[in-house]
Design a binder for this molecule. Structure first.
Ligand SMILES: *Cc1c(COP(=O)(O)O)cnc(C)c1O
Length: 406
């Protein structure tokens, strides 16, 4: 019997049970566990404080002004211009707002429409591992073959302290069938911000293999300690083969609004638009003018990054005091902690027990890996926690974790 696309998506994310049913994602399972036990939910990454009031007011005003019917399919001109201005101002990228930008229903739709538009059955798509689950699901829905390259945790092979790209593994993973290299930087779940040398190695492989690059940059503004986010589209010869995806959800703390975008060469954006128009047709009319305004504001994301750096330190200190091994994230709002030193060799088991043991919910890093892969094995004892919660929530979580013993 042939595999249906939903079954492929479920299998690619480890959710297809042997009896053919679909299991709940670990995120849903852990959030339900948090609700049932009253534990502090540091599993799912969404802020417990909304973004700026004036952005909310702009959306409310847009509803009152009657911007409630289908907007243009590629997004309202103000927002497309705001995206192009943002890319020029921050990165020096020249983007034509009329032909090279497409507004989407969150980064999720931008990623799905791009992968469905550009990947054919049998094409190989390279991602980092661990990877965001929607990346794997979309590759499977397109019938593509998912090839992974590990981010390596600190250790004898990587004395750097943070997770780093295995460049030799990337070169070995590339093949004449490589159609797309799908990146995510700053990286969920590891907090890695790919540096220029890593991006140059990726760019070189893409040029040699004549592959396209799809880059998920939803955490572009959430970087710490002077780390610099470099869009791969700014590297020589890369703008012509790169589709860059971002979104307002993480940058402005409106994850429920689902306004995202993709930009790149006009012919590739036309291909993505062709799919997008039959997925959702258009995206969130009254939210688009509000996000167009927000994108001109560089202070709000800067303030969020500064407050997140402080909150990261709160949670990291708590985790270290509790006895976890911690790799310090340079970006995103997640930290990866290693339960191994505390006597917890299995992250899935630890996450199932953590609400009872400490009143805290986390998710295992293996949920971001191909089941049974060498990277899943290497990261078996790691868990991911979010620090996009109020200071007092993180202090309470740290206090609870302090008493943790197997
Ligand atoms: C949250 C997240 C997304 C989804 O973004 P939306 O704009 O909410 O669709 C995509 N990629 C990564 C890595 C994320 O963490």
């Amino acid at each position: 019997m042939s595999t249906l696309r939903w079954q492929a998506a479920a299998r690619a994310t480890g959710l297809l049970a042997p009896d053919g049913t679909v299991a709940a994602t670990i995120f849903a399972e852990m959030s339900a566990l948090a609700a049932r036990t009253g534990a502090i939910n540091l599993g799912q990454g969404f802020p417990d404080v909304d973004g700026p009031e004036y952005i909310k007011e702009a959306a409310i005003a847009a509803i009152r002004e009657g911007r409630n019917q289908y907007p243009p399919g590629d997004g309202i001109p103000e927002l497309r211009h705001a995206v192009a201005d943002h890319q020029k101002r921050h990165y020096g990228l020249d983007v034509d707002p009329d032909t090279e930008v497409l507004v989407t229903t969150g980064a999720t739709e931008a990623l799905a429409a791009t992968i469905l538009a550009l990947v054919s059955p049998g094409d190989e798509v390279i991602t980092l591992e661990p990877f965001y689950d929607a990346h794997a699901a979309c590759i499977a829905m397109a019938g593509g073959t998912h090839v992974t390259v590990p981010l390596v945790a600190a250790g004898p092979e990587n004395p750097e302290g943070s997770f780093r790209l295995d460049v030799a593994a990337l070169r070995a993973a590339a093949s004449p069938r490589t159609r797309l290299i799908l990146l995510n930087t700053p990286h969920n779940p590891t907090g890695t911000v790919l540096d220029r040398a890593e991006l140059e190695a990726i760019a070189q492989v893409a040029r040699e293999r004549d592959a396209l690059v799809l880059t998920d940059e939803v955490y572009e503004h959430l970087v710490f300690d002077g780390a610099v986010h470099v869009p791969i589209a700014t590297l020589p010869g890369m703008a012509e083969r790169t589709l860059t995806v971002s979104s307002s959800g993480k940058t402005f703390s409106f994850t429920g609004w689902k306004i995202g975008w993709v930009h790149g060469p006009a012919d590739l954006v036309t291909a993505v638009r062709t799919i997008k128009q039959f997925l959702t047709y258009v995206s969130g009319a009254p939210f688009q003018p509000a996000i167009a305004r927000a994108l001109a504001d560089d202070d709000a994301p800067r303030a969020l990054a500064a407050s997140l750096a402080f909150r990261r330190d709160l949670l990291v200190e708590g985790l270290e005091k509790a006895g976890f091994g911690v790799s310090i994230p340079q970006g995103t709002y997640f930290v990866v902690a290693d339960g191994g030193p505390l006597g917890f060799p299995d992250g899935v088991d630890l996450c199932r027990r953590l609400p009872e043991l400490a009143g805290v919910v986390a998710v295992p890093v293996t949920a971001f890996c191909t089941p049974g892969s060498p990277t899943a094995e290497a990261l078996r004892s790691r868990i991911r926690l979010t620090f996009v919660k109020r200071d007092e929530v993180l202090r309470e979580a740290s206090a609870r974790l302090a008493g943790l013993t197997p």
